[in-house]
Ligand binder design. Structure first.
Ligand code: NI
Length: 134
């Protein structure tokens, strides 16, 4: 059985600040550098969602996926402060935590383990990828 995967690309713009209450202000600065700036900063995030191709009915399936991602991810994060998102409370808003949160939101909504992988491009040089617990 050969399996084809299809990836859709989405975008949102959001602010964040890398910071943890478990470290002192000096330690936060040492670990996160300018990303710890108290006023935060923004990124144009790109989200890559890879699903197992359903074959022939793929075209309408993808419009369902678009609706799902727009409703659950883009509307939730676009033009927001990620540090204020309840699911990220107490976590540092790193690409690692963001990509895992997006997976955790989408995975239960896609039947039969259809979600294969989520990728988040944060900057020109930073890409994060998560495929769930093996
Ligand atoms: Ni950043």
């Amino acid at each position: 059985m050969s399996q084809v995967y299809v990836t859709r690309r989405y975008r949102f713009c959001a602010a964040h600040r890398l910071h943890t209450d478990q470290l002192s202000p000096e330690e936060n600065w040492a670990v996160f550098g300018k990303c710890n700036n108290p006023n935060g900063h923004g990124h144009n995030y790109v989200v890559l969602v890879t699903v197992k191709s359903g074959g022939r009915e793929e075209a309408c399936d993808l419009s369902r996926l678009d609706e799902l991602v727009n409703e659950r991810i883009i509307e939730r994060f676009d033009h927001r402060d990620l540090n204020s998102d309840p699911a990220l409370a107490g976590l540092t808003t790193t690409g690692e935590n963001i990509v895992k949160l997006i997976w955790d939101i989408l995975e239960p909504q896609l039947p039969m383990r259809r979600l294969h992988k989520v990728g988040v491009i944060e900057t020109r040089d930073n890409y994060f990828e998560y495929g769930g617990v093996a």
